[in-house]
Design a protein around this ligand. Structure first.
Ligand SMILES: Cc1cc2nc3c(=O)[nH]c(=O)nc-3n(C[C@H](O)[C@H](O)[C@H](O)COP(=O)(O)OP(=O)(O)OC[C@H]3O[C@@H](n4cnc5c(N)ncnc54)[C@H](O)[C@@H]3O)c2cc1C
Length: 419
């Protein structure tokens, strides 16, 4: 099955925003965006003015998603400039990511059933000619829905879409094109630089009416016209919507208790899900190895720009903790081999990785943990304080997290003092 990108480049390279996969570049972008994070963000954030005019949103997701920049650093910087009430909207958005992570962590069967449904849908695309032609038209930007086709090109070329366009795109995919939502979620997950199991799967489920049962998101012509500032005016959208339903139930699973940092020296395993490195835990750090495996996002091809971004993010993180070699493993076996070799050289048996959320990297680490244990090594999956703070409240709707925000902000400022 060929997944051709659109024929010609849509954009002038010189105008392209550069998502450089380093912490320094993320912090620079945070600094650049900061003056906008108050009332201006709240007033303008829903507008997609096009890829060469993105000053109304932060563009921070590629860095935050890989934890090259931490959520609390973003909140901290914003609060150094604005009061919590002036920056309320932006801070809430930052917490949506944590909410989705905590929610998926407590409903892991959603990720499992997404993967099963996706495998089934990919197989069906191969067998069913009607589905195949609809799917091919969608992923190559040949649906004749001008805005949708444009966003396909933007996604493939830039690895980023504005939040509102992600909502319109997924709504059109599910309700107008009537394609399986899992194929659209997979298309996003493979092509977005910020592609993330929690935000993406739950974003798509929210639009389809599966996250908040029976409540879907409708992409409407007048809304697209207004919030693209008149760039698009799609006349042919479906208006006869019925939210999706599913057979599976997803019971809540209690959050596990975070594992502790070991008392002895350890090797740090830096994954693409957490590139902050040993920011506050550097004392006993004896060595570091990396793990980036964007190929695990899908059984379909993950584009080279995504592979390059994640590998460089991990490699830059290794440099930032002073690792003598920046070796980045691409699969579980390579992780095990690198850890065993370093552990023997350094005489340590403990390994620490900051705990990822449910998703491909966490599944791989669970396998690595079991295999290392059989050989006498302990892999500790240590949950960051920020996740420990928010995740327990992310068991139902976002409202519960939103209500806790003042408390979270107080706790975060207390943690800051103890850095
Ligand atoms: C169908 C769909 C799929 C999505 N898939 C992803 C994904 O794979 N990875 C991903 O990081 N985000 C995803 N999002 C969420 C959101 O669209 C992006 O995080 C946001 O557009 C990133 O741009 P920004 O950094 O300029 O956002 P800003 O508007 O500047 O927001 C600031 C930060 O808040 C967080 N944030 C904002 N909106 C959301 C949201 N709706 N959900 C979670 N976090 C949010 C992000 O960390 C973001 O960087 C998806 C949304 C939808 C509707």
């Amino acid at each position: 099955m060929s997944l051709l990108p659109t024929d010609a480049s849509l954009f002038d390279e010189e105008e392209a925003f550069n998502f450089t996969p380093s912490r320094a570049a993320g912090l620079q972008q945070l600094k650049r965006f900061l003056p906008m994070a108050g009332g201006k963000y709240a007033a303008k954030r829903n507008f997609d003015f096009g890829p060469t005019n993105r000053n109304n949103v932060s563009l921070l997701s590629p860095w935050i998603r890989h934890r090259l920049v931490a959520e609390e650093e973003v909140v901290d910087a914003v609060l150094s400039r604005f009061s919590p009430s002036s920056a309320e909207k932006f801070i809430q958005e930052v917490f949506w990511r944590s909410y989705f992570k905590g929610w998926l962590e407590q409903h892991p069967s959603v990720w499992d059933s997404y993967q099963n449904e996706l495998a089934f849908a990919i197989d069906k695309v191969r067998r069913d000619t009607q589905l195949r032609s609809g799917y091919q038209a969608a992923v190559t930007g040949k649906t004749d829905i001008e805005c949708f086709d444009y966003w396909v090109g933007e996604l493939i070329e830039r690895g980023y879409l504005h939040n509102h366009s992600r909502m319109w795109f997924s709504s059109i995919w599910v309700f107008t094109l009537k394609l399986p939502w899992v194929l659209g979620a997979d298309f996003f997950l493979r092509h977005l630089i910020d592609g993330d199991a929690a935000s993406n799967t739950l974003g798509w489920r929210w639009v389809a009416g599966l996250h908040t049962k029976g409540k879907m998101y409708l992409a409407r012509r007048d809304n697209i016209r207004k919030f693209t500032d008149g760039r698009f005016d799609p006349g042919q959208l479906c208006t006869d919507y019925v939210p999706l339903d599913e057979q599976s139930v997803h019971p809540r699973k209690l959050l596990s208790v975070s594992e502790q940092m070991p008392d002895s020296n350890y090797i740090l395993l830096i994954t693409e899900d957490d590139c902050l490195g040993g920011l506050s835990f550097s004392k006993k750090l004896s060595g570091a190895v990396g793990f980036a495996a964007p190929e695990l996002r899908s059984q379909l091809e993950v584009p080279q720009n995504i592979k390059d971004y994640t590998t460089s993010a991990v490699s830059n993180a290794l440099k930032s903790v002073g690792a003598s070699q920046t070796r980045v493993a691409r699969n579980s076996d390579e992780v095990i081999n690198l850890v065993k070799r370093d552990a023997a050289e350094l005489g340590v048996s403990d390994v620490v990785a900051f705990e990822p959320t449910v998703g491909p990297i966490k599944s791989a680490l669970m396998d690595v943990k079991r295999s290392l244990a059989e050989e006498g090594f302990n892999l500790h999956l240590v949950r960051r304080d920020f996740d420990n703070l928010v995740w327990p409240h992310a068991d139902r709707g976002f409202f519960k997290v939103k209500k806790k925000l003042p408390e979270f902000l107080t706790s975060l400022s207390a943690c800051r003092r103890s850095y």
